[in-house]
Design a protein around this ligand. Structure first.
Ligand code: NAD
Ligand code: MG
Length: 298
């Protein structure tokens, strides 16, 4: 990939239609061990000053969609804090280095999103390090596929809801108390909010909740000048998928059932987050932007 994100290449062939080899990683999975490796825009994303001087916090910013967004935000001129699980340190170190190479401040915030005190500390520590917070991206998430509801343990159900929904609530509440007018909140939902897979009952439920939370909160915060939007990715090649995110037979054909015929790369998500974070989207709030490879959303 030598072209930048403004390339007019054919979207069908812009990236290879990957047929990933069978692979399993323990949760949460490392980008480092993904086969083939994913593209986060390391060699392609070109900044244009669209987020100059902004201060951002991105959960799950070590890998996948969050990592691509972190790189793009930094190249657009924002200081970027990323949260991730302590086991993901190798992936996080790479992204921290890329933020710094863009000439911006980076802040590494390892910890567990299931811990409310940690979630609140993310906001405090970002404000302390950057002098404020203008962009919050609630992106960290847990997805574990199960063939039957009988296989979803109470523990899994609880952990999926806590990671994907409660953490978003805790972090957003702490952030709203600090955010000046002009700030933006972006939540990562999914095509699963509209088209739930039979193997992702608990996960898809959280993604519908995230969409609904975003649209309600957007109306509540509009008079304060804070916009809230969501991004709904389709199948994107990230460590979430081989770490029990998909049944093996689906993993090896990942994304091939989209109209574009291939899985998306994290790099293809970043411009959606940049748009919603920047002043260009000043009249956009309560919206969910689908980035689905052509799969229809309502
Ligand atoms: P990813 O594995 O790269 O990112 C998910 C991140 O969540 C991890 O890196 C990890 O840091 C974080 N995380 C998970 N559990 C955590 C916990 N308990 N504490 C702290 N951090 C935790 O995968 P991704 O696909 O880039 O996922 C990012 C978001 O995109 C998720 O919300 C996911 O649901 C959503 N999404 C992904 C796809 C896809 O096809 N990959 C599709 C739709 C939506
Ligand atoms: Mg990760």
């Amino acid at each position: 990939m030598t072209n930048d994100q403004y390339s007019f290449e054919n979207p069908v062939t812009r990236y290879d239609s990957i047929a990933p080899p069978e692979q399993r990683q323990p949760e949460p999975g490392l980008d480092r061990d993904l086969k083939p490796r994913a593209d986060h825009g390391e060699d392609s994303y070109r900044g244009a000053g669209r987020l100059t001087g902004r201060r951002a916090l991105i959960t799950g910013g070590d890998s996948g969609i969050g990592a691509a967004t972190a790189i793009a935000f930094a190249r657009e001129g924002a200081d970027v804090a990323i949260s991730y699980l302590p086991d993901e340190e190798p992936d996080a170190e790479r992204i921290i280095a890329l933020i710094e190479q863009a000439g911006r401040k980076a802040l590494a915030l390892p910890g567990d999103l299931k811990d409310a005190a940690y979630c609140r500390s993310l906001v405090e520590r970002t404000v302390e390090a950057f002098g404020g917070l203008d962009i919050l991206v609630n992106n960290g998430g847990k997805q574990v596929s199960q063939d039957s509801i009988l296989d979803i343990s109470d523990e899994q159900f609880d952990e999926t809801l806590t990671t994907n929904v409660y953490a978003m609530f805790w972090i957003t509440k702490a952030a709203v108390a600090q955010m000046p007018p002009g700030s933006t909140i972006i939540n990562t939902t999914s095509i699963q909010a509209y088209q739930p897979s039979p193997t992702l009952i608990d996960y898809a439920t959280t993604k519908a909740a995230i969409n609904n939370f975003s649209k309600g909160l957007a109306q509540q915060l509009a008079p304060r000048g804070i916009r809230v939007n969501a991004v709904a990715p389709g199948p994107i090649w990230t460590p979430l998928q081989p770490s029990y995110g998909q049944p093996m037979e689906k993993l090896t054909q990942f994304g091939q059932d989209t109209p574009l015929g291939r899985a998306g790369q994290p790099a293809e998500l970043a411009p959606a987050y940049v748009f919603l974070a920047s002043g260009e989207s000043s009249y956009v709030s309560g919206e969910t932007l689908g980035v689905t490879g052509g799969k229809p959303t309502p």
